[in-house]
Design a protein around this ligand. Sequence first.
Ligand SMILES: [Zn+2]
Length: 280
Amino acid sequence: MRLGDFEIHLLVAGGWHPDGGTMFGVVPKKLWERQKPADENNLVRAACVGVVVRHNGRVLVCETGIGSKLDEKRARQYGVWEPDGLLTCLKRLSVRPEEVDVVLSTHLHWDHAGGFTRRSEGGRVELTFPRARHIVQRAEWDFALAPDLRSRSGYLEDDFLPVEAAGAVEFVDGEAEVLPGVVVRRTGGHTPGHQVVRFEAGDELSCVVTGDLVGMRPHLRVPWTMSADLDVLRVLDEKAKLLEEAAAHRWLLVLSHETDQPAGYVDSDGRWTPEPQLSP
Ligand SMILES: [Zn+2]
Protein backbone atom coordinates (compact mmCIF):
# COMPACT_ATOMS: atom_id res chain seq x y z
CA MET A 1 0.00 0.00 0.00
CA ARG A 2 0.99 3.66 -0.37
CA LEU A 3 1.53 5.81 2.67
CA GLY A 4 2.51 9.26 1.40
CA ASP A 5 5.70 8.61 -0.55
CA PHE A 6 6.35 5.29 1.19
CA GLU A 7 5.43 2.05 -0.56
CA ILE A 8 4.79 -0.56 2.13
CA HIS A 9 4.50 -4.32 1.69
CA LEU A 10 3.78 -6.85 4.37
CA LEU A 11 6.59 -9.34 4.96
CA VAL A 12 5.79 -12.73 6.44
CA ALA A 13 9.13 -14.43 7.03
CA GLY A 14 7.75 -17.79 8.19
CA GLY A 15 7.36 -18.46 11.87
CA TRP A 16 7.36 -21.10 14.61
CA HIS A 17 5.21 -22.66 17.34
CA PRO A 18 6.05 -21.33 20.81
CA ASP A 19 4.47 -22.53 24.02
CA GLY A 20 1.37 -20.45 24.76
CA GLY A 21 2.76 -19.62 28.20
CA THR A 22 5.87 -18.13 26.58
CA MET A 23 3.71 -15.82 24.54
CA PHE A 24 1.23 -14.71 27.18
CA GLY A 25 3.20 -14.83 30.41
CA VAL A 26 1.03 -14.26 33.44
CA VAL A 27 -2.28 -14.39 31.57
CA PRO A 28 -4.39 -17.44 32.52
CA LYS A 29 -4.65 -19.97 29.70
CA LYS A 30 -8.43 -19.89 29.94
CA LEU A 31 -8.25 -16.31 28.68
CA TRP A 32 -5.56 -16.39 25.98
CA GLU A 33 -6.77 -19.69 24.56
CA ARG A 34 -9.99 -18.09 23.32
CA GLN A 35 -7.95 -15.95 20.98
CA LYS A 36 -5.00 -18.21 20.25
CA PRO A 37 -6.01 -21.88 20.45
CA ALA A 38 -3.17 -24.15 21.55
CA ASP A 39 -2.50 -27.63 20.16
CA GLU A 40 -2.19 -30.78 22.33
CA ASN A 41 1.35 -29.73 23.30
CA ASN A 42 0.20 -26.25 24.35
CA LEU A 43 1.86 -24.70 21.30
CA VAL A 44 0.44 -21.73 19.43
CA ARG A 45 1.22 -20.60 15.91
CA ALA A 46 3.36 -17.47 15.64
CA ALA A 47 4.53 -15.65 12.53
CA CYS A 48 7.56 -13.45 11.94
CA VAL A 49 6.05 -10.36 10.41
CA GLY A 50 7.68 -7.19 9.15
CA VAL A 51 7.60 -4.87 6.17
CA VAL A 52 9.47 -4.23 2.96
CA VAL A 53 9.51 -0.53 2.20
CA ARG A 54 10.43 1.40 -0.93
CA HIS A 55 11.15 5.05 -0.34
CA ASN A 56 13.16 7.62 -2.33
CA GLY A 57 14.68 4.89 -4.50
CA ARG A 58 15.79 2.84 -1.49
CA VAL A 59 14.66 -0.57 -0.32
CA LEU A 60 14.31 -1.21 3.40
CA VAL A 61 13.57 -4.48 5.16
CA CYS A 62 12.23 -4.28 8.70
CA GLU A 63 12.30 -7.57 10.68
CA THR A 64 14.01 -10.58 9.14
CA GLY A 65 12.51 -13.44 11.16
CA ILE A 66 14.20 -16.73 12.03
CA GLY A 67 15.93 -17.30 8.71
CA SER A 68 17.11 -20.72 7.55
CA LYS A 69 20.29 -21.39 9.55
CA LEU A 70 18.78 -23.43 12.40
CA ASP A 71 19.85 -27.07 12.28
CA GLU A 72 17.17 -29.64 11.65
CA LYS A 73 16.83 -30.65 15.30
CA ARG A 74 16.35 -27.07 16.55
CA ALA A 75 13.98 -26.24 13.72
CA ARG A 76 11.87 -29.28 14.60
CA GLN A 77 11.94 -28.45 18.33
CA TYR A 78 10.68 -24.94 17.64
CA GLY A 79 8.15 -26.09 15.06
CA VAL A 80 9.57 -23.69 12.48
CA TRP A 81 7.46 -23.11 9.38
CA GLU A 82 8.54 -21.60 6.05
CA PRO A 83 12.17 -20.90 7.00
CA ASP A 84 12.73 -19.49 3.49
CA GLY A 85 9.80 -17.08 3.87
CA LEU A 86 12.01 -13.97 3.98
CA LEU A 87 13.62 -14.50 0.58
CA THR A 88 10.48 -15.98 -0.97
CA CYS A 89 8.55 -12.91 0.00
CA LEU A 90 11.23 -10.58 -1.40
CA LYS A 91 11.31 -12.56 -4.61
CA ARG A 92 7.58 -12.14 -5.00
CA LEU A 93 8.16 -8.37 -4.73
CA SER A 94 11.00 -8.66 -7.29
CA VAL A 95 13.55 -7.48 -4.73
CA ARG A 96 16.99 -9.11 -4.94
CA PRO A 97 18.90 -9.34 -1.64
CA GLU A 98 21.71 -7.18 -3.10
CA GLU A 99 19.23 -4.40 -3.71
CA VAL A 100 18.32 -3.96 -0.04
CA ASP A 101 19.85 -0.75 1.34
CA VAL A 102 18.78 -0.85 4.97
CA VAL A 103 17.88 -3.68 7.35
CA LEU A 104 16.14 -2.92 10.62
CA SER A 105 15.02 -5.25 13.33
CA THR A 106 13.37 -4.45 16.60
CA HIS A 107 15.99 -6.40 18.56
CA LEU A 108 18.57 -9.16 18.11
CA HIS A 109 16.65 -12.21 19.36
CA TRP A 110 16.93 -15.24 17.04
CA ASP A 111 13.35 -14.88 15.80
CA HIS A 112 13.99 -11.29 14.61
CA ALA A 113 17.64 -11.13 13.50
CA GLY A 114 17.94 -14.72 12.23
CA GLY A 115 17.50 -13.52 8.68
CA PHE A 116 20.46 -11.09 8.88
CA THR A 117 22.65 -13.98 7.77
CA ARG A 118 22.28 -17.26 5.91
CA ARG A 119 24.37 -20.27 5.06
CA SER A 120 26.10 -20.31 1.68
CA GLU A 121 26.10 -23.47 -0.43
CA GLY A 122 29.54 -24.24 1.01
CA GLY A 123 28.12 -24.00 4.55
CA ARG A 124 29.68 -20.65 5.50
CA VAL A 125 27.63 -18.02 7.26
CA GLU A 126 27.22 -14.98 5.03
CA LEU A 127 25.22 -11.78 5.04
CA THR A 128 21.76 -12.19 3.50
CA PHE A 129 21.80 -8.55 2.40
CA PRO A 130 25.43 -7.86 1.53
CA ARG A 131 25.01 -4.18 0.65
CA ALA A 132 22.72 -3.14 3.48
CA ARG A 133 23.46 -1.16 6.61
CA HIS A 134 21.90 -2.86 9.63
CA ILE A 135 20.50 -0.49 12.23
CA VAL A 136 21.03 -1.75 15.78
CA GLN A 137 20.59 -0.06 19.16
CA ARG A 138 23.92 0.11 20.99
CA ALA A 139 22.25 -1.17 24.20
CA GLU A 140 20.89 -4.19 22.32
CA TRP A 141 24.27 -4.98 20.83
CA ASP A 142 26.05 -4.77 24.18
CA PHE A 143 23.45 -7.01 25.81
CA ALA A 144 23.48 -9.55 22.97
CA LEU A 145 27.25 -9.98 23.42
CA ALA A 146 26.94 -10.50 27.19
CA PRO A 147 23.39 -11.64 27.93
CA ASP A 148 22.31 -12.70 31.39
CA LEU A 149 21.76 -16.38 32.08
CA ARG A 150 18.08 -16.19 31.30
CA SER A 151 18.58 -14.42 27.98
CA ARG A 152 21.43 -16.52 26.64
CA SER A 153 19.30 -18.82 24.53
CA GLY A 154 17.61 -15.82 22.90
CA TYR A 155 20.73 -14.70 21.04
CA LEU A 156 22.64 -16.61 18.38
CA GLU A 157 25.96 -14.97 17.55
CA ASP A 158 25.91 -16.25 13.96
CA ASP A 159 22.98 -13.93 13.36
CA PHE A 160 24.80 -10.70 14.10
CA LEU A 161 28.58 -11.07 14.62
CA PRO A 162 29.23 -11.61 10.89
CA VAL A 163 27.32 -8.42 10.16
CA GLU A 164 29.60 -6.40 12.40
CA ALA A 165 32.69 -8.17 11.04
CA ALA A 166 31.61 -7.00 7.58
CA GLY A 167 31.33 -3.41 8.85
CA ALA A 168 27.61 -3.41 8.07
CA VAL A 169 26.21 -2.47 11.48
CA GLU A 170 25.19 1.10 12.19
CA PHE A 171 24.68 1.78 15.88
CA VAL A 172 22.03 4.11 17.23
CA ASP A 173 21.18 5.27 20.75
CA GLY A 174 17.62 5.92 21.87
CA GLU A 175 15.58 7.76 19.26
CA ALA A 176 17.12 8.38 15.84
CA GLU A 177 16.01 9.31 12.34
CA VAL A 178 18.11 6.87 10.34
CA LEU A 179 16.80 8.11 6.98
CA PRO A 180 14.37 10.93 6.27
CA GLY A 181 11.04 9.72 7.69
CA VAL A 182 12.45 6.52 9.18
CA VAL A 183 12.59 6.78 12.96
CA VAL A 184 13.68 4.17 15.46
CA ARG A 185 12.75 4.58 19.11
CA ARG A 186 14.25 2.54 21.88
CA THR A 187 11.58 1.16 24.18
CA GLY A 188 13.67 -1.35 26.13
CA GLY A 189 11.48 -3.64 28.24
CA HIS A 190 11.43 -6.90 26.30
CA THR A 191 15.20 -6.57 25.96
CA PRO A 192 17.41 -3.63 26.99
CA GLY A 193 17.74 -2.35 23.43
CA HIS A 194 14.36 -3.24 21.99
CA GLN A 195 13.15 -0.58 19.55
CA VAL A 196 10.07 0.17 17.50
CA VAL A 197 10.43 1.41 13.93
CA ARG A 198 8.26 4.17 12.47
CA PHE A 199 7.89 5.08 8.81
CA GLU A 200 6.60 8.61 8.92
CA ALA A 201 4.97 10.07 5.83
CA GLY A 202 3.21 12.81 7.80
CA ASP A 203 1.83 13.47 11.26
CA GLU A 204 -1.29 11.38 10.73
CA LEU A 205 0.37 9.03 8.26
CA SER A 206 2.75 6.61 9.92
CA CYS A 207 3.40 2.90 9.98
CA VAL A 208 4.96 1.39 13.10
CA VAL A 209 6.52 -2.06 13.38
CA THR A 210 5.95 -2.94 17.02
CA GLY A 211 8.34 -5.87 17.55
CA ASP A 212 7.70 -7.70 20.82
CA LEU A 213 6.23 -4.63 22.51
CA VAL A 214 2.93 -5.72 20.92
CA GLY A 215 3.71 -9.15 19.48
CA MET A 216 0.21 -10.37 18.71
CA ARG A 217 -3.30 -9.00 18.78
CA PRO A 218 -4.01 -10.27 22.33
CA HIS A 219 -1.02 -8.18 23.43
CA LEU A 220 -2.97 -5.04 22.52
CA ARG A 221 -4.27 -5.37 26.09
CA VAL A 222 -1.62 -3.45 27.99
CA PRO A 223 -1.17 -5.95 30.89
CA TRP A 224 -0.84 -8.96 28.57
CA THR A 225 2.91 -9.39 28.37
CA MET A 226 5.29 -12.12 27.27
CA SER A 227 7.24 -14.37 29.64
CA ALA A 228 10.48 -13.31 27.98
CA ASP A 229 9.99 -9.62 28.84
CA LEU A 230 12.93 -8.65 31.03
CA ASP A 231 11.49 -5.42 32.39
CA VAL A 232 7.73 -5.90 32.53
CA LEU A 233 6.89 -2.51 34.05
CA ARG A 234 8.78 -0.77 31.30
CA VAL A 235 6.89 -2.84 28.71
CA LEU A 236 3.60 -1.70 30.25
CA ASP A 237 4.64 1.97 30.19
CA GLU A 238 6.01 1.95 26.67
CA LYS A 239 3.13 -0.10 25.31
CA ALA A 240 0.51 2.19 26.84
CA LYS A 241 2.33 5.19 25.38
CA LEU A 242 2.60 3.67 21.91
CA LEU A 243 -1.03 2.53 21.78
CA GLU A 244 -2.21 5.94 22.91
CA GLU A 245 -0.21 7.65 20.15
CA ALA A 246 -1.30 5.06 17.59
CA ALA A 247 -4.97 5.59 18.42
CA ALA A 248 -4.66 9.38 18.48
CA HIS A 249 -2.86 9.62 15.12
CA ARG A 250 -4.38 6.54 13.49
CA TRP A 251 -0.96 4.99 12.96
CA LEU A 252 -0.87 1.76 11.00
CA LEU A 253 0.60 -0.91 13.29
CA VAL A 254 2.37 -4.08 12.15
CA LEU A 255 2.47 -6.69 14.94
CA SER A 256 5.63 -8.76 14.62
CA HIS A 257 4.24 -12.19 15.57
CA GLU A 258 0.57 -12.04 14.60
CA THR A 259 -0.65 -14.69 12.15
CA ASP A 260 -4.11 -13.28 11.55
CA GLN A 261 -4.26 -9.85 9.88
CA PRO A 262 -1.15 -8.45 11.56
CA ALA A 263 -1.45 -4.94 10.10
CA GLY A 264 -4.15 -2.57 11.28
CA TYR A 265 -5.30 0.27 13.46
CA VAL A 266 -6.14 0.38 17.13
CA ASP A 267 -8.66 2.74 18.68
CA SER A 268 -8.62 4.17 22.20
CA ASP A 269 -10.69 1.19 23.45
CA GLY A 270 -8.12 -1.27 22.14
CA ARG A 271 -10.30 -2.42 19.23
CA TRP A 272 -8.41 -3.60 16.15
CA THR A 273 -9.34 -2.76 12.56
CA PRO A 274 -7.23 -4.68 10.04
CA GLU A 275 -5.81 -2.85 7.03
CA PRO A 276 -7.24 -4.80 4.07
CA GLN A 277 -4.39 -3.82 1.72
CA LEU A 278 -1.86 -5.50 4.01
CA SER A 279 -3.38 -8.90 4.46
CA PRO A 280 -1.10 -11.93 4.20
ZN1 LIG B 1 9.96 -12.15 19.11
